[in-house]
Write a protein that binds this ligand. Structure first.
Ligand SMILES: [Zn+2]
Length: 111
């Protein structure tokens, strides 16, 4: 169940050296602070290695979906995060599997 909803956007370009443009975790950290999220028990779903690096930097669990850029990023994602890294066909499957996992294991704790 989604209890909070917010959208965070980095308005900067690659040369602006901001803290919110991925690979940096600034947007995730801002969301965590404002929404009082426990990042160690949170999942970030994205379609790129950049998303996953930002997620790891922020301390949450990265999840790759194979839609949009994800299918082209799959090999690089596995190389960076290992064979156990979470990969799903799309957003719906990812959300369903995460909900199932949390239902069985409690919060998003790694084994
Ligand atoms: Zn930014």
């Amino acid at each position: 169940m989604v209890e909070e909803f917010a959208i965070y956007v980095c308005p900067h370009g690659p040369n602006d050296r901001c803290e919110c443009r991925k690979l940096k975790p600034g947007l995730i950290l801002a969301a965590a602070q404002e929404l009082q999220l426990d990042l160690g028990h949170s999942f970030m779903i994205g379609d790129s290695v950049r998303d996953a690096v930002a997620a790891r930097s922020a301390g949450c669990h990265p999840v790759l979906v194979l839609t949009c850029h994800g299918s082209r990023q799959h090999e690089q994602y596995r190389a960076c995060f290992g064979p156990q890294a979470l990969v799903f066909a799309g957003l719906y499957e990812a959300v369903c599997r995460i909900v199932d996992y949390v239902s069985v294991n409690g919060k998003g704790q790694e084994k």
